[in-house]
Design a protein around this ligand. Structure first.
Ligand code: MG
Length: 377
């Protein structure tokens, strides 16, 4: 921090002081950040990861998550999760775990808010369709696309393209984009956001599927994990209405998984063997569920896959969305003048096919349908 700014803000706690007071030795300290690609002056009272979080929160790709489906579409009602509410739930669960483990909450929140901003319209169906359209150009991945948005596409600042996020946030997302690469050693904060993402969707997809009538609680009770959660609920409460029972089950499901991660990882971290974030990232250890809960989660996920993600109503939406996206992709290639100027210009450097894919990826579900009906139906 420059001295003139320190004089302007006497008595305020600096982020360095906060980190020293709150973080465990294995947490990533803001002061140790490798910084940004384009040098910028320090902010008088916000740390680097706090600024990243704010930059992500204010970018248009983040706002558009409110119009992008998680699993279920807008035609199925308004009460289920969108990509934005999913993101907020991930951030909340990740911060809860991160605070208990004394990790860097600012970094955790930035990573969580960032993790899905590259999602195209229509969830994984949209991603698969774009991947196929771009297969000769290296394909399309929402995790990779988040990095492209943050480094090239979103223009908000004078002097550089993108959000100019810190190396730690970009690297964290880079691990998501290249999950099979054993050479990438993610910080504990990065590992945690991945675990929180999984806790979150296992719980809310179960909730939404029952709410939308794709599954009943009786059917779900076939799965040992859900049976165990229902048993815990019935030990504490009797006579719950179906609505409150469903919601209590979801709370239990989140609480059970969060407590498991805390117990499983807390024991190891409490040994005090890890004296720095760099040492922690190299340790043969991952923040995540215990083996037993990991197995229970796999059972739940494969049940959800068969009964929800492959449900005829979902498959129908999926097929329609994919055929629409394929037609739109071919249509914009034939008539690039239908795209905004920024994407036509971008096509000159990244190629027309890539820029068409990126333009479509930025659309909300609703805007995508509207443009399809306007130009290609
Ligand atoms: Mg996610």
């Amino acid at each position: 921090m420059s001295s003139d700014k320190a004089i302007l803000l006497p008595g305020l706690q600096t982020y360095q002081e906060r980190d020293s007071a709150l973080l465990a030795p294995y947490a990533m300290r803001s002061v140790d950040s490798s910084g940004r690609k384009h040098a910028e002056p320090e902010h008088p009272y916000r740390g680097p990861f706090q600024r990243d979080r704010d930059r992500i929160l204010h970018c248009s790709a983040y706002r558009r998550l409110s119009g992008k489906m998680q699993v279920f579409t807008g035609e199925m009602g308004d009460y289920h999760r969108t990509r934005l509410t999913h993101t907020q739930e991930v951030a909340s669960i990740a911060r809860t775990i991160g605070r208990a483990l004394q990790l860097n909450e600012d970094l955790i929140e930035a990573l969580a808010l960032f993790h899905d901003i590259g999602h195209p319209p229509f969830g994984h169906a949209g991603e698969d369709a774009l991947h196929e359209c771009l297969k000769d150009e290296g394909g399309f991945s929402h995790n990779e696309h988040a990095l492209t948005i943050a480094q090239e596409i979103d223009v908000r600042y004078h002097g550089f393209p993108g959000l100019n996020l810190t190396r730690e946030v970009l690297d964290g997302q880079g691990v998501r984009a290249d999950k099979q690469n054993p050479d990438l050693k993610p910080l504990l904060e990065v590992q945690l956001v991945d675990a929180a993402d999984s806790i979150t969707y296992d719980a809310h997809d179960t909730d939404d599927a029952v709410k939308l009538g794709l599954l009943s609680l009786d059917e779900l009770a076939e799965i040992p994990l859900i049976r165990e959660m229902l048993r815990r609920v019935s030990d504490r409460f009797t006579g719950l209405s179906p609505l409150v029972l469903r919601q209590t089950l979801v709370h239990e499901l989140i609480d059970y998984q969060v407590s498991d991660v805390l117990q499983h990882c807390g024991q190891y971290l409490a040994t005090g063997d890890l004296s720095s974030a760099q040492q922690a990232r190299l340790a043969p250890f991952l923040i995540g569920p215990s083996d037993q809960v990991a197995m229970q989660k796999t059972e739940l996920e494969s049940f959800l896959y068969d009964h929800v993600y492959r449900h005829p109503d979902i498959i129908k939406v999926r097929d329609e969305a994919q055929s629409r996206l394929r037609k739109m992709f071919a249509g914009y290639i034939d008539a690039p003048e239908l795209m905004p100027k920024a994407y036509r210009t971008r096509g000159e450097s990244v190629g027309l096919r890539r820029s068409v894919g990126e333009y479509i990826a930025g659309m909300t579900d609703h805007y995508c349908n509207e443009q399809y009906e306007l130009h290609f139906d």
